[in-house]
Design a protein around this ligand. Structure first.
Ligand code: AMP
Length: 508
C-alpha cells in the first residue's frame, strides 16, 4: 500500500545495507535496522490501538530509537507530535489536552510527573523511552514482528503536528501533511545536492522542524547517513567534522566553533556544505567562518508552518545577511503591512509565501488559520523582509518585533546592523519598550566583545548621522549575553520584559 511520505523517504534506500546513523559512541543503526525497528514499533502502536489519523505525542531525549518512533508513526498512519524536552508538566498538559493523542511516549524518569496530565487528557496509553533506548516502548517492540504493512496515506493526510514556540499567546499546532514534508525534502535533496555519499553531522534537537524534517527527511531521501549527536558540544563536533560531508546548524554552532582553538581547514577536507537557519546568522559570523575555514555558509529561511522557504544558491553567490532565493515551486512576496499591496522591490514589508510546503492550518483553530492566510492562498509568515534587485531575500525581523515610536516604524535589524558593525560590539538586540511620550522607545541591548569598553555615549555618537533621528536608540544598555532559546533565537520578549520599566518616568 502507498504510505505517501514513508514511501517517498524510502524510495532511495540503498540496495546494499549501510549505516543510516552512527552515534558519537559509535553505535549505529543500518537502513535494514531502520526498516525493521520502525516496523516493530509500528506493530506496537497498532496493538496499542493507534488508528490512522490518531496523534502520538512524544517528549523524549534525542536517541536513534526516537527516530525509529517517528518513522513508525508514519507507517502506522499516525500523526507524529514531538514536544520540546524542556516543557513542564503544565505545558505538556496543555498539549495533551489540545491534541488528544491516543498514545504519549515520555522519558521513564518523568512518567510520574506527567501521569495526571495524561489522565486529564484521557490519553489511552503512556509508554516510555529513554536516551539509551530503554523503557516500555522498546521492550514491547523487541517482542513485536519487524514486518509491517504500511498504512495507506494520501498526500493531504496529516503526517505531523508541530507546536509553534508561541512567544505570545497560546502555542499553536501546525498541521503538516504528508506532501508538505515530502515535497520539501525532495526540493532540498536537489537544491543542496544531497546523495548517498553524504554524511551529515547532526547536533540539532529532533523535536523541532530543523533537526527533524530538514535534516532527517532530507538525508533519508538521499540515502545518506547521519553522525548523530545527542546535543551540540563543540569538542565532539570538532572531533567528528573530519568524517562529515555536511552540517546543518543554527548560528550559535558557528559562533561557538569559531571560538574553538582546534578549528582549522584541515578538519574539513570532506566537507562540502555548511547550512545555517532558524535564527539570523550575523554577516560578521558568515565572513569570519569564510576567512577561517574557506567555506561560505549557506543560509536559508524556513519556519515550522512552512518548512523551508528560501535558500542561498548551492552554486553562485551566498550573500552574508541574506537568506537567498525562494526555493523552486515556492512563491514569496513582500506586502505593505497596512494595505496588503505588494511593495516596490527593495522596500521592507511583510513576507507571504505559498507552495506545496505550506501547512494545512492550525490544529482546531479554524479562525486563527483563516486570519493567517490571504484570500489568494498565501500564508502570512509574520516576518518582515525585502527582496533586492537580484532577487535575494533579506529578513529584517519578526513583525511583532517592529518598533513603533512616535508613529514611525523602526525595523530593529537596521539599527542592530549599524551597532554590530562598531568595533568592540559582539552583537546587539533592538527592542521597543513602553515610553510615555513615544508609545515605544527604541532600545538597544548590546553585548561587548571580550575586553572591549565601548559605552552608551560612544555608540550614540557613532550612530548619529548614520540613522534617521527617530531610529536612534533612546537608551543603550549592556548585557553579558542575549537570552536565546534552544534554536538560537534571541528571545526579544524576555528582553522587553526585563527592561519594561526603564522609561517609566521619562519625559521628552
Ligand atoms: P520556527 O518556526 O521555530 O522554525 O521559527 C521560524 C522563524 O525563525 C521564522 O519565521 C523567522 O522569523 C526565523 N528564521 C528562520 N530562519 C531564519 C534566518 N535564516 N534568518 C532570520 N530569521 C530566521
Amino acid at each position: 500500500m502507498s504510505a505517501h511520505l514513508y514511501d517517498a523517504l524510502t524510495a532511495r534506500f540503498p540496495k546494499r545495507d549501510k549505516p543510516f546513523l552512527t552515534t558519537a559512541e559509535g553505535r549505529s543503526v543500518s537502513y535494514r535496522e531502520l526498516n525493521e525497528g520502525s516496523g516493530r514499533i509500528a506493530s506496537v502502536l497498532r496493538d496499542l490501538g493507534v488508528e490512522p489519523g490518531d496523534r502520538v505525542a512524544v517528549q523524549v531525549q534525542k536517541s536513534p530509537e526516537a527516530v525509529l518512533l517517528y518513522l513508525a508513526c508514519l507507517r502506522a498512519g499516525a500523526v507524529f507530535l514531538p514536544l520540546n524536552t524542556a516543557y513542564t508538566p503544565v505545558e505538556v498538559g496543555y498539549f495533551l489536552g489540545d491534541a488528544e493523542p491516543k498514545v504519549f511516549v515520555c522519558d521513564p524518569a518523568r512518567r510520574e510527573e506527567f501521569a495526571e496530565a495524561a489522565q486529564n487528557a484521557r490519553v489511552r496509553r503512556v509508554e516510555t523511552l529513554d536516551e539509551s533506548g530503554g523503557g516500555s516502548l522498546m521492550q514491547k517492540a523487541k517482542a513485536a514482528p519487524p514486518e509491517f504493512a504500511n498504512t495507506s496515506r494520501e498526500p493531504d493526510d496529516l503526517a505531523a503536528i508541530l507546536y509553534t514556540s508561541g512567544t505570545t499567546g497560546r502555542s499553536k499546532g501546525a498541521m503538516l501533511s504528508q506532501e508538505n514534508l515530502a515535497s520539501n525534502a525532495r526540493t532540498l535533496v536537489e537544491y543542496w545536492r544531497f546523495g548517498p555519499k553524504d554524511v551529515l553531522l547532526h547536533a540539532l534537537p529532533i523535536y523541532h522542524t530543523h533537526g527533524l524534517f530538514v535534516a532527517i527527511n532530507t538525508l533519508l531521501m538521499a540515502g545518506g547517513s547521519l553522525l548523530f549527536l545527542p546535543r551540540f558540544d563543540a569538542d565532539t563536533v570538532i572531533r567528528l567534522l573530519p568524517e562529515a560531508t555536511s552540517m546543518m546548524a543554527v548560528p550559535t554552532f558557528y559562533t561557538r566553533l569559531l571560538q574553538h582553538p582546534k578549528l582549522n581547514p584541515a578538519l574539513l577536507k570532506h566537507m562540502r556544505l555548511f547550512t545555517s537557519g532558524s535564527a539570523p546568522l550575523l554577516a560578521e559570523t558568515h565572513r569570519e567562518w569564510g576567512a577561517k575555514t574557506g567555506h561560505s555558509i549557506l543560509e536559508r529561511y524556513g519556519m515550522t508552518e512552512t518548512n523551508m522557504n528560501t535558500s542561498n544558491p548551492y552554486e553562485g553567490e551566498r550573500i552574508p545577511g541574506s537568506v537567498g532565493f525562494p526555493l523552486p515551486g515556492i512563491s514569496l512576496r513582500v506586502v505593505d503591512p497596512d494595505t496588503a499591496a505588494p511593495v516596490r522591490r527593495g522596500e521592507v514589508g511583510m513576507i507571504e509565501v505559498a507552495g506545496p510546503n505550506v501547512f494545512k492550518g492550525y490544529w482546531r483553530m479554524p479562525e486563527k488559520t483563516a486570519e493567517e492566510f490571504t484570500s489568494d492562498g498565501y500564508f502570512k509568515t509574520g516576518d518582515l523582509g525585502r527582496v533586492d534587485e537580484r532577487g535575494y531575500v533579506y529578513i529584517v525581523g519578526r513583525g511583532k518585533d517592529l518598533v513603533i515610536t512616535g508613529g514611525f516604524n523602526v525595523y530593529p535589524k537596521e539599527v542592530e546592523t549599524e551597532i554590530d558593525a562598531l568595533p568592540g560590539v559582539a552583537e546587539s538586540a533592538v527592542i521597543g519598550v513602553p515610553h510615555p511620550d513615544f508609545g515605544e522607545g527604541v532600545t538597544a541591548v548590546v553585548v561587548r566583545k571580550n575586553g572591549a569598553k565601548i559605552d552608551e555615549r560612544e555608540i550614540s555618537r557613532a550612530l548619529d548621522g548614520r540613522l534617521a533621528k527617530f531610529k536612534l536608540p533612546k537608551r543603550i544598555l549592556f548585557a553579558d549575553n542575549l537570552p536565546r532559546n534552544a534554536m538560537g533565537k534571541v528571545q526579544k520578549n524576555v528582553l522587553r520584559n526585563t527592561y519594561r520599566d526603564i522609561y517609566k518616568n521619562a519625559a521628552s
